[in-house]
Design a protein around this ligand. Structure first.
Ligand code: PLP
Length: 395
């Protein structure tokens, strides 16, 4: 018998059995009428999860990185300037992509562990009276540091500066798990992938465009073919794709959004907050610090935990994997070796989380860190006892 532990990496997440079944479907002809009953509900489902009445949703056989590329190549022109804060590995990679596409990036260096400096953004946008900046890039949830930035605050900064730039938001590790308001925050392009809040395997890159972003497609654009949404628009109009779609994953996406709506988005978000609060209580009980430097920055989908100076945090990840068959996330970039990450998003319950915390404790104790077995688990148990919400048992 092959047994499998849950994973505690910040995506791909654990997969509910119903989604595994939804992806595992017989081949259909994607040019037949059968496909439209998968394609359109999947796109509409994403729109509901984004809380949008206006977004045009595009789904590529790709990943979140393809979503970034879709955002920039469809709306910007070579030489355009974009504004971005660099506060973690993912904001860094999006900046790098922009530079490699010939865009000029006004980079606001921000400590890893901090969020997007909205006041600084407002100053810069206010000073940009010539409107050189064409887009503001915002990573909602920095998966490398466990930092949630204030996207409503970024929008307020743009409005206060009366700046017409487009607002692009990376919601790869927040959409479907943490409050996200496409219309409310007046987002122009939101990007995600299938393997986080939607609890599917990796393989879909998702980008949602506002009417303003759709208008920019008419006048702008970098060289693009695969990610050209104009081809996608034409394909969708005749219930198809400009190339071969990932039908099984799209069927999974349709089912995933139905599942999220059935649980209720507010309940999904509350579950993530509750589970994350338990993890944070455990971290405190262990006497360790989060990479995120203030409570208002704490992510509800991933916690990056600093280990004592001189201790290689990567050892926890490899030891837990080898000895206990449990996956945690390693530190990335600037914080490699300094943090390990516990992913707590997607298909997860309080009880599963307790097993992850217990494993982290065993691994840290095995490696000689001063951790009392049960201390973090007990702290999380107290949170979960206080806030328990009944979980429907799967049939
Ligand atoms: N943005 C964030 C915040 C992420 O966490 C990730 C991946 O983990 C990406 C972008 C890149 O997405 P992908 O790996 O699906 O290409």
């Amino acid at each position: 018998m092959s047994l499998q532990n849950p994973v505690f990496i910040p995506g791909p997440t654990n997969m509910p059995e119903s989604l595994r079944r939804a992806c595992d479907m017989p081949t259909i002809d994607h040019r037949s009428d059968l496909f439209k009953d998968i394609l359109h509900p999947a796109r509409d489902g994403v729109k509901r999860v984004l809380k949008s009445a206006v977004a045009e949703v595009f789904v590529f056989p790709s990943t979140g990185t393809g979503g970034w590329e879709t955002a920039i190549t469809n709306t910007l022109t070579p030489g355009d300037t974009v504004l971005a804060a660099r506060n973690g590995m993912f904001s860094q990679k999006w900046i790098d992509m922009c530079q490699r596409h010939g865009l000029t990036v006004e980079i606001i260096e921000t400590p890893w562990g901090e969020g997007i400096p909205t006041a600084r953004f407002e100053e810069i946008l206010t000073a940009d009276t010539a409107h050189k900046i064409k887009a503001v890039l915002a990573t909602h949830n920095e998966t490398a540091t466990g930092v949630r930035s204030d996207i409503a605050g970024v929008r307020r900064a743009m409005d206060a500066a009366k700046h017409p730039a487009l607002l692009f938001v990376d919601g790869v590790s927040s959409i479907g798990s943490m409050p996200f308001e496409f219309d409310g925050w007046k987002i122009d392009v939101a990007v995600t992938g299938s393997q986080k809040g939607f609890m599917l395997p990796a393989g879909l890159g998702i980008a949602a465009f506002s009417p303003k972003a759709m208008a920019a497609v008419e006048t702008g654009g970098l060289p693009r073919t695969y990610f050209d949404i104009r081809d996608m628009v034409k394909g969708y109009a005749i219930n198809g794709y400009p190339y071969t779609p990932a039908v099984g994953l799209l069927n999974g996406l349709k089912t995933a959004s139905e599942m999220l709506m059935e649980e209720g988005l507010d309940n999904v978000f509350a579950r993530h907050t509750r589970i994350a609060t338990g993890v944070r209580a455990a971290v405190q009980a262990w006497g360790l610090q989060l990479c995120a430097i203030r409570p208002d920055l704490y992510s509800d989908t991933v916690s990056a935990i600093r280990t004592p100076e001189g201790f290689d945090a990567g050892r926890i990840v490899s030891h837990a994997s080898k000895r206990y068959g449990v996956a945690f996330g390693a530190g990335l970039g600037q914080v490699a070796g300094k943090v390990f990450r516990i992913g707590h998003l997607g298909s997860l319950t309080d009880v599963l989380m307790l097993s992850g915390l217990a494993t982290a404790e065993m691994a840290m104790a095995d490696l000689g860190l001063d951790i009392r077995l049960g201390s973090g688990v007990a702290a999380a148990q107290e949170v979960y006892r206080r806030t328990a919400a009944p979980v429907a048992l799967a049939a």
